[in-house]
Ligand binder design. Sequence first.
Ligand code: PEP
Length: 250
Amino acid sequence: MRTPIIAGNWKMYKTVGEAVELVKALLGGLNVGNDREVVVCPPFTALYAVRPLLVGTSVALGAQNVYHEREGAYTGEIAPGMLVDVGCKYVIIGHSERRQYFGESDAGVNRKLHAARAAGLRPIVCVGESKPQRDAGEAEPIVTGQVRAALEGVSAEHMADVVIAYEPIWAIGTGDTATPADAQAMHLAIRRTLAELYGDAVAQAVRIQYGGSVKPDNIDDLMAQPDIDGALVGGASLKAESFLRIVHYR
Ligand code: PEP
């Protein structure tokens, strides 16, 4: 069975001091077994400070982005090995904010995925449609196309490390969540695409998170859907109280 995974994407929020305080508050209130995985993705600047607090806990560390080269003259970029060095287990790749504001393409997402995986990181690969695409009835082909493009050249055996996050762009940071039924329908479409690419056994094992205005009051209904295996949480992960309620979904 798939172990649900709840990840907090802190985006460009939290100083080092604030990040440390938030992690301490999370650890103070966390009461989970190994029936679910919890990940926090602070900004790069706070990773090193947060890491020692997480050692030996049930919370893993993740980063929000990575570059696809191992090292070199790429001013301002962070290599996969550097994230491993600082204790990251996961890395978010292809978040819609990166696609929208930093011009990340499907091909770039694919390069990052390969580089991250080769370094031993577990990629959380984000896909999702815009509002006009949904209104035009194109959501499913757009999203499944993004999945295929992101996974180009990734073997079945490596899919065990990959998490997919379905994040409809119109739901991110807007308070406008997909209904559990609409989210479930897209998760099923993604899983069917994985089955076409890798066969049923692999498709059934891959975890697919939902992201987009996940809050304490909608997490239970989302997690009750059969193909929703966790959440990628932005705004509600910035406060211990709301993230803890989400992590402790029922
Ligand atoms: C996100 O940043 O991935 C996200 C889903 O944000 P929010 O929960 O704020 O919509």
